[in-house]
Design a protein around this ligand. Structure first.
Ligand SMILES: [Fe+2]
Length: 274
């Protein structure tokens, strides 16, 4: 089977666009304060038990503070011109904006990703010490766009190419769609029967899971629909063996962000070392 990355367009770096252009008129919220304002109201021991009972998976329909959701939705709309479209027949169709673009144009998202309050809460849920993904990983934080009929992603795991575990945090940003996150729990645990589920993630909703354990997909968007989700990736060991790095980069280049975005980082890294 041949894979192709149609519409693999990299928007040119625009000198006129500044982070300010992606920000709403009011100042961006303080990420730590906004997160702790929510997490301290939760029944956290109960959530931790739910996460463990569901084989390292949790869904909450109302997680983010409303001002954070509003900020993310504003950023998602303002970054529409930066979306990189990809198409892999039978597996994936949609758009994405990588961390590198987010760093330039939506720094609040990067701040939220690094929020100590957020990471601490996720550590408490997972029972793992979490680390940020390395600077050259375009999945560390990224926006995914489902804006054309048929945009979807087929069944997959968020496989860890790292030496340790890879956790995915999905945050609902915009949902004017019929897309659903379908999933199957316990597929990698022979002692527990597979348990299917399906959720539609509203803006402000959260899904958190161990990428190697949750089989999942996003169902196809219909006509005139729009869905944007924000994904954060955290790891327990950021080391990656070179051949796995190569496979991971190829996958990212073909399926998500385009060769220039992915390999520009590698080239920059190589130059730094020489
Ligand atoms: Fe995924």
């Amino acid at each position: 089977m041949s894979t192709q990355a149609n519409d693999d367009v990299i928007a040119p770096v625009s000198a006129e666009r500044s982070p300010a252009s992606a920000a709403p008129s009011a100042a961006a919220p303080n990420a730590d304060r906004a997160v702790s304002g929510r997490t301290r109201t939760f029944d956290n021991p109960r959530l931790r038990k739910d996460f463990a009972d569901q084989g390292a998976f949790l869904y909450m329909e109302d997680f983010l503070a409303p001002e954070v959701t509003a900020q993310l939705a504003h950023s998602a709309r303002s970054l529409l011109d930066e979306v990189n479209r990809n198409y892999l027949p039978g597996h994936k169709q949609g758009g994405s904006v990588s961390r590198h673009t987010i760093d330039r144009l939506a720094p609040f998202i990067a701040e939220l990703y690094r929020s100590k309050e957020l990471i601490g809460w996720l550590e408490q849920l997972s029972g793992d010490k979490l680390q940020l993904s390395p600077a050259d990983d375009p999945h560390a934080y990224a926006l995914y766009y489902y804006t054309r009929p048929g945009d979807h992603i087929g069944w997959h795991y968020d496989t860890s190419y790292y030496d340790g575990r890879r956790y995915t945090l999905l945050l609902g940003v915009i949902d004017e769609s019929s897309c659903r996150l379908d999933y199957e729990l316990h597929t990698r645990n022979p002692d527990v029967p597979d348990q299917p589920g399906s959720v539609q993630i509203p803006p402000g909703g959260l899904v958190f899971f161990d990428g190697d354990k949750l089989r999942h997909r996003i169902t196809p968007a219909g006509a005139n629909e729009m869905r944007v989700s924000l994904t954060f990736e955290y790891v327990t060991d950021p080391n990656m063996r070179p051949w796995r790095r190569f496979i991971s980069n190829m996958k990212d280049a073909i399926a998500y962000f385009g060769f220039r975005q992915v390999f520009r980082q590698m080239t920059a890294r190589g130059k730094d070392r020489s």
